[in-house]
Every structure is written in structure tokens, then in C-alpha cells.
Design a protein around this ligand. Sequence first.
Ligand SMILES: O=c1nc[nH]c2c1ncn2[C@H]1C[C@H](O)[C@@H](COP(=O)(O)OP(=O)(O)OP(=O)(O)O)O1
Ligand SMILES: [Mg+2]
Length: 481
Amino acid sequence: MNTQPIGFIDSGVGGLTVVKEALRQLPGENIIFLGDQARLPYGPRDPKQVRAFTWQMVNFLLTKQIKMLVVACNTATAAALPDLRANLAIPVIGVIVPGSRAAIRETKNGRIGVIGTEGTVKSGAYAKTIHQKSAQMQVTSLAAPKFVPLVESNEMQSAVAKRVVAETLLPLEALGLDTLVLGCTHYPLLRPLIQQVMGPTVTLIDSGAETVSEVSTLLDYFDIANDQPNPTPQRDFYTTGNADMFDVIASEWLGLHIAATRVTITDQPTTHKAAATPTTIVVASKNPGKVKEIAAMFAKLGVQVKSLNDFPPLPTVAESGRTFEENARLKADGYAKMLELPVLADDSGLCVAALDGAPGVFSARYAGRGHNDAANNAKLIADLAEVPQDQRQARFVSTLVLARPNGPARDLVVEGHIDGQIVGVPAGDNGFGYDPYFFVPSIGKTLAELTADEKNQISHRGNALRALESRWQTWFKEDAQ
Ligand SMILES: O=c1nc[nH]c2c1ncn2[C@H]1C[C@H](O)[C@@H](COP(=O)(O)OP(=O)(O)OP(=O)(O)O)O1
Ligand SMILES: [Mg+2]
């Protein structure tokens, strides 16, 4: 049993539509809500600024010991979810994946509409997520920037609202949609009007309500639900804006007497509080052998390593460079941009003197089509068949690049290598790639006969990581806004 509260954040009162569903589905849970009404709307803002504001909200809620964070705002989810997930130790739930999943479930004709703020629509997050799950869906997204102000000024029932909703949704009329995602948590407050305009045959998806089902599942999964009777659950509401207006809307919508507390959050950091010394590093690699070695080095510093396997599938960055550095930069810059996170990439390979430095940057693809470690090793041994043992000098090289999402200008580049020889008979089961054939004379073993820690003490990657060690924290700190 875990009695810590669940935290909900939004740019304003919209997130209350998620809270309402949480009160219904999870009545025993303690809840804290924060709306950033002073800086509303988030929709038209630059994603970077949305991310900074979101961190300020999150850092405020972290002082309240929340056990889980619900980003009850589509704009903030689109702008900040990967960053929040990478840096927080608690589970973080956004509204876009649950909303997308529900739309795919409900549609019969595959024509899905999405309405949201400019930020959400511009990010393409719904279309991307829906297509990742079901490629044949037709998704039409439309920004409805006038809806949030209507809700925040409590004009949901007015004649103006009726007209604005009808005019805004006009472009969707002739598309034959059967499902419309309310891709902003403010919109369910306008639901009757939206339904009226769209007609009874269109199913409206309340992404916020869908999110709560996911919250419920994750509470069980992480075993952090408050499953004891809780007759006086905590319901704390905070706003950065005018608490009176908040109270009117919230009390009416939730059917409870709400008295929100006004707070200032502009003094909170705009990145994770611990961002100066990250607790997580994302390694832009799909090679589990590499990731394991990098994780072993960082574990000593208390830093957790995540890899591309911890994120939804991303397009592969082509390694089209002519040098390890070029390829490492391509991967680091490419994935940093896609993930919108700082990432570390490794490009590495084996250079054999008798083969004029081959396979070099082609190490991973040495055996050509359908290459894998076994095929690459087989080709290496075949190519060296005529070369006597005393002429089989080889070098492993690893180039590491740390990159940020906003461009390659300040990439941090380091290199490491190790010298050895290629033997004809493999030895050892550890490591990966060419390790069983890479013999290190000074220790009388191949790299595959060493544990990850032992290999790191001498290897190209270990040496590159040691070169990184003295510099990466300063590099991170320089970026902390
Ligand atoms: O310590 C090592 N022990 C054995 N073999 C190694 C090592 N380090 C690199 N190698 C080989 C494996 C691969 O054939 C190529 C790296 O190619 P490289 O493109 O950098 O990595 P990858 O494609 O396996 O993963 P990813 O690009 O997703 O990081 O060199
Ligand atoms: Mg590769």
C-alpha cells in the first residue's frame, strides 16, 4: 500500500476533466492538482518554453512527494513527456497514447479526427502515435485555439461558445469521420456543443478519461496503489492564477466544494532539479552488448542508462559517414533530435592492419546483406586465412558523441582504443561482436573471456568512457538553463 498522492498537471482547468475521471475510478487515491493558469494558454507557445514551464510544475509537485505524475495536458505531453520520463524516477503518464489507443479501438471506418491546441497539432503527436499503432488509419488534425479561452472564462454554455465551436469544426464536416479525439483536456467541458456540431454518429474520445484507466493499470503494475480504505482522501488543488475563478469552474465540474491555493512556481528550476548531474543517460544504440558496457561504467556513478529499446520504435539513422566520428555524430544528433533528449552515441569497430584497416566503419555490416556477429566473424577469419599469426595486429576503436536535441554545435566527442591480435580459434562467451577473436597479449585472454567490468578496464569503449568521465557533467551543467 502506498498513500503518497498522485500528481496531475495542466496549463489550466482542463486537467480537471482527468481528475474527475480519477475521482470516479480511483476514489481511494490521494490527489494533488496544479494548473498553471497564470501562463495559460500553452498551445501557442514554443515547445521549449512549454517544456520549461512543465518542469516548473513538476518540480513543485515533487516537493509534495507524489508517487506518480499524470501530465493531464496534451500540449505538455507532446512537448515534454520523453524528457520527463527520462529524468524522473516515478512513473509518468501522458494523455496522447491512451487517447490514440481509444480512437483506434472505437473507429469503424478508420477516419479519425483530432482537435487540439496549435502546439499539439503542430507536434503531429497524435497522428504519429496513431500511425505507429495502426498504419492504415486516416488522421485529420485541426487546431482549435479558441476553445481553451472559452473554458477558462467559464463561457461553456454561452451563445458565443456555440458559434465558435460550430465555426471551428466546419472544416471537419465533409470528411466522413466517425471518431473525434478531444486532444486537449479542456475540450470535454465543451463536449455537448462539440457533439451537437459533429452529429450523433461521431464518437468523441476523451483522452483524459482514457488516461485514468492507464493510471489504474500502472498503479497495480508498480504495486503502488492505495488499496486500503481511505475515508478522507486528500484532494489538494493549486493554481498559479486567480483561485476564485478556478474554484467556480472546479466546484461545478467536479461537484465538490473546491478551494484552491494560489502558488508561485516561477522560482522552480526549468529542468529536472537534479539535471546538473543527470540520473539517467540515454544511449542511442540498439546493440545490447554496447549498452551493457556503458551501463556498467555509469552504474558506478549512480547513473542509470537507457537505450533506444526503452523508447517507442524510431526510424534508424543511416551510418553513412566515412569515419567513426562522423557516424557517431550522425547517430547522436539524429536520435537526440527525434527523442528531444541529450543522448550518447557510440560508433565503434575493428581495424586490422593486414586488411588495410578493414572492416573499420563497416564492422557491423562486414558480411554484407543479412549480416550478424557470426557472419562478420566468419568473413574476418576467411579474409585472414593466409595471414600468419604474427601479422594479425588489430585495433578496436570507439568514438563517443554526446549531443543535444537542438543541434550539433556543441557535441562532445571523445575516442578510445585497444590494441590486440585476431586469433583463428575463438575463446570466451562474454561480450559481443568480434570479442571472441580479439586476443589481448598483455592479459593472455580474448575480450570475450572477460566480464563487462574487466573488459571496460582495458577496452576501447572503457577508455573512451574514461575520457568522457571528466567532461560530461560540466557539459550537462552548461546547458542547465
Ligand atoms: O567491444 C566490442 N567488441 C566486439 N565487437 C565490437 C566492439 N565494439 C564494436 N564492435 C563491432 C561490433 C559491430 O559489428 C561494430 C560496431 O558497429 P556500430 O555501428 O558502432 O554498432 P551497432 O550497429 O552494433 O549498434 P548501434 O549502431 O545501434 O550503436 O563493431
Ligand atoms: Mg550501427
